[in-house]
Design a protein. Structure first.
Length: 132
């Protein structure tokens, strides 16, 4: 992947992250907290992919995203450890929201998760803008 391709891919992934967050907000406003939690995670997922594309890395799995963000962004200090843990936590929340029998997400929890996802996407946006 060339540097130009990485920047273009990062920009596209960041746009997808923003769409996912809009979908999460719409679902939460319509009282669908499980869907909101799932879409909030995908906002973080796409923002994380954007960050990795800047480094020329294309992750092939959700688990790899968590590991690679930790390795390339948290360890270097470009993202806080809390942001790294957020990616992992939201991945688990998404799996619970989509698959776990007995998992419960309230409207308030969905709202908090969306807020956390917004913070991650904003942090990613700042890092991407700094590379332009």
């Amino acid at each position: 992947m060339t540097e130009d391709n990485g920047r273009r891919n990062a920009a596209e992934e960041l746009r997808r992250a923003e769409v996912c967050l809009s979908e999460a907000r719409a679902l939460q406003a319509s009282k669908f907290p499980y869907g909101a939690v799932s879409r909030a995670y995908y906002g973080v997922f796409h923002a994380a992919r954007a960050l990795l594309f800047l480094l020329g890395i294309e992750a092939r799995s959700h688990k790899a995203i968590v590991s690679l963000i930790g390795e390339h962004y948290v360890r270097s200090g470009r993202l806080t450890a809390a942001m790294g843990r957020l990616v992992s936590r939201l991945q688990r929340d998404r799996e619970d929201a989509d698959y776990a029998e007995g998992a419960v997400f309230t409207d308030e929890e969905a709202s908090n998760i969306i807020g956390d996802a917004d913070a991650f996407v904003e942090a990613a946006r700042r890092l991407i803008d700094a590379r332009r």
